[in-house]
Write a protein that binds this ligand. Structure first.
Ligand SMILES: [Zn+2]
Length: 360
């Protein structure tokens, strides 16, 4: 049997600056300073007050099926990165929480961005093109890093900001009173976004607050957070802390590309009896150095492969590994195939996904 995989660091790598929308500048037009600068060196500050808002999720989706947290707030005030649980599911200076969807294509079916709490529309912007941002390329987005966005004022110095919404989707007006759950617009990828998502920033008196750990200060993180977050219970339950997640798996007739999956996760070369390669792939976020991936596939003629990869040599924000088997002279047998992909860390299985495919 011939099995193979691409070595980490070739075509399946993710970029650490994936999602570098941040500077998160609201733009000089919105506030008298550029967030690009004030984010630098700012810390997550103590935000204890009785008037703090209780937040619900900023988008309508099925957690861990159609939406996932790609990046948390970077609580490290310096040049490093650290999320609120002392993990690495963030990037340097990231000022909010990125709730991602599976691909840009999914944004076309209008994924609602909704108010996380009651408030008033303080500012908004629309008209910015939905286009994946690439470092060092494309239009100058200075002052428009947030893309199409909305800022809600919740009173007592609290506000929430929603970024990267789909152009033309914003359906609120400045000064409008908003109730929790009201639709503000749709998920998109405008501004400095390299994947389809909504970025939520929470501020109190102008300072960034991590909604998962609002009491944190001076870059402190907590390995097993027990303090009260700003999330209402169902939102908190929907997104327990994760550093390493499996978005999806699938069979294919060729190795999928991570970049192409961000554009349209359904656009893969289908497996056929004549495919040169039988592929089972996984789509991961926030994998860590040392993680291993296990692939199993079986079909009408028994096992196709059952292999575990070598440990990863570095952390990756996105990762699309696959296991493949080359076809011999014969076609792949028609019938039912089952696949299983697992993320292994420190000898434990931290994520599993199953797939089935009927080859005709
Ligand atoms: Zn973000």
């Amino acid at each position: 049997m011939l099995t193979f995989q691409l070595p980490p660091g070739k075509r399946q790598t993710g970029k650490r600056h994936f999602g570098a929308e941040d500077a998160m500048a609201v733009g000089a037009r919105w506030l008298p300073f550029a967030c690009t600068f004030w984010v630098v060196g700012s810390t997550v500050v103590p935000a204890l007050s009785d008037d703090r808002p209780v937040l619900s999720l900023p988008l309508v989706c099925e957690p861990h099926k159609t939406c996932f947290i790609q990046n948390y707030v970077d609580v490290d005030p310096g040049p490093g990165l650290r999320d609120y649980a002392c993990g690495s599911a963030t990037y340097d200076q990231h000022s909010g929480v990125d709730f991602r969807i599976l691909s840009a294509k999914r944004a076309e079916s209008s994924v609602p961005v909704v108010a996380a709490a009651d408030g008033t529309v303080k500012a908004l912007r629309d008209g910015v093109e939905d286009k994946f941002f690439k470092l060092g390329k494309g239009a100058d987005l200075t002052g428009r890093e947030c893309g199409n966005g909305v800022i809600l004022d919740h009173g007592s110095g609290w506000e929430t900001q929603y970024c990267h919404m789909r152009r033309g989707s914003i359906r609120v007006t400045k000064g409008q009173a908003i109730k929790r759950g009201d639709r503000l617009g749709d998920v998109g990828f405008s501004g400095m976004a390299s994947f389809a998502h909504v970025h939520l920033t929470v501020r109190h008196d102008g300072k960034i607050v991590d909604p998962f750990l609002p009491e944190s200060s001076d870059g402190a993180c907590v390995k097993d957070p027990r303090s009260r977050s700003l999330w209402e219970p169902s939102a908190a339950a929907a997104f327990p802390y994760r550093n390493g997640e499996l978005l999806a798996i699938g069979f294919a007739g060729a190795p999928p590309s991570a970049d192409a999956l961000e554009v349209d996760d359904r656009d893969i070369l289908q497996l056929s009896p004549k495919s040169d390669i039988f592929v089972l792939y996984g789509r991961f976020i926030n994998v860590l150095k040392g993680d291993r991936i296990h692939f199993e596939a079986s079909g009408p003629q028994g096992e196709v492969f059952n292999e575990t990869t070598a440990p990863l040599t570095r952390n990756m924000a996105t990762y699309v590994p696959f296991m493949g088997k080359r076809r011999g002279e014969a076609k792949w047998a028609a019938g039912h195939y089952d696949g299983r992909v697992q993320l292994l860390r420190d000898e434990a299985v931290i994520a599993t996904a199953l797939a089935a495919y009927d080859l005709k």
